[in-house]
Ligand binder design. Structure first.
Ligand SMILES: N[C@@H](CCC(=O)N[C@@H](CS)C(=O)NCC(=O)O)C(=O)O
Length: 283
């Protein structure tokens, strides 16, 4: 095999060419809007601008769970932000999320309207607004916050690290795949040990920590995100599989998974509970 020349970084990094791989064309080293585009506004106070990725689905799961409890004020309009086409860099979206990533929420029920970005901040905002799915105080709340923030700190190693190098990078490189596979397996073991002694991540109650973690680590063990089921031996994390399956089967979770998905089994946009009812009736 020919020896490859090791990369020597220049003194100053310059953005000269796309790095290759999936998503290379939307990555930029600068923030801010690239074009003017107002966001659409629907009839409900809650306007969600998102996509049915793991980070997006966290929020639609919570909203559907709130609606399933009969909280009508949680009705929402969900608009599709197509990150592959650069919608996240439109001026209206950047006003809601200066970080140009889905999900973004605008609560027009407050005066002035409240913008919220970062999926965990959105989960916490909604859970506190409606007083559900977050323990009010004490040790239980601390435990819920700990797992919620654990998820936010950990998932970038799964998606941006392991997923990127295992599935999206232009070539397979052993060093980064080894590094991130090891970290993701360690994270799965953290979850598995925790779930050995309790039904849900923070104890007996199903809450926003589970809703944040299921779309990443739950989907990883159930369907093998990045086609990695065998590679990571995900079936061996039996407590995670049991926990994920239980959440996966919840009716509200099934509904939440379908929102902001431009596919036959999903809805690109959702503006009323009846949109999902109709979809479910047809399948
Ligand atoms: N920490 C953020 C991450 C959000 C995120 O990475 N969103 C991705 C989709 S899952 C995105 O919008 N990517 C578009 C881009 O990077 O340009 C959160 O949890 O809300």
């Amino acid at each position: 095999m020919p020896e490859s020349t090791p990369y020597v970084p220049p003194k100053v990094w310059k953005w000269e060419a796309e790095s290759g791989g999936r998503f290379a064309s939307i990555n930029r080293p600068i923030a801010g809007a690239t074009h003017d585009k107002e966001l659409p506004v629907g009839k409900h106070p809650l306007q969600l601008y998102s996509l049915g990725t793991p980070n997006g689905v966290k929020v639609t799961i919570l909203l559907e769970e709130l609606l399933a409890l009969g909280i009508e004020e949680a009705e929402y309009d969900a608009w599709l932000i197509n990150i592959g086409q650069g919608d996240q860099f439109g001026s209206g979206f950047v006003e809601i999320n200066p970080n140009s990533k889905i999900p973004g929420l605008l609560d027009r029920g407050t005066s002035p309207p409240t913008r919220v970005f970062e999926s965990a901040a959105i989960l916490l905002y909604l859970a506190e607004k409606f007083g559900e799915f977050v323990p009010a105080n004490g040790r239980e709340r601390a435990e819920c916050m700990s797992w919620l923030f654990w998820q936010m700190g950990s998932a970038p190693y799964l998606g941006g690290g392991f997923g990127h190098f295992y599935a999206y990078a232009p070539e397979k490189w052993e060093y980064p795949i080894d590094r991130y596979a090891m970290e993701v397996k360690r994270q799965l073991d953290v979850l598995d040990r925790n779930l050995a002694s309790r039904p849900f991540l923070s104890g007996d109650s199903y809450n926003i920590a589970d809703m944040a973690t299921y779309p990443w680590y739950g989907q990883l063990v159930l369907s093998g995100l990045y086609d990695s089921k065998e590679f990571l031996e995900v079936d061996s994390y039996t407590n995670v599989v049991r926990w994920a399956q239980e959440i996966h089967n919840r009716p509200a979770v099934k509904r939440g998974r379908r929102v902001n998905r431009a596919s036959k089994s999903g809805l690109a946009e959702r503006h009323d509970a009846s949109d999902l009812d109709a979809l479910e009736a047809n399948q």
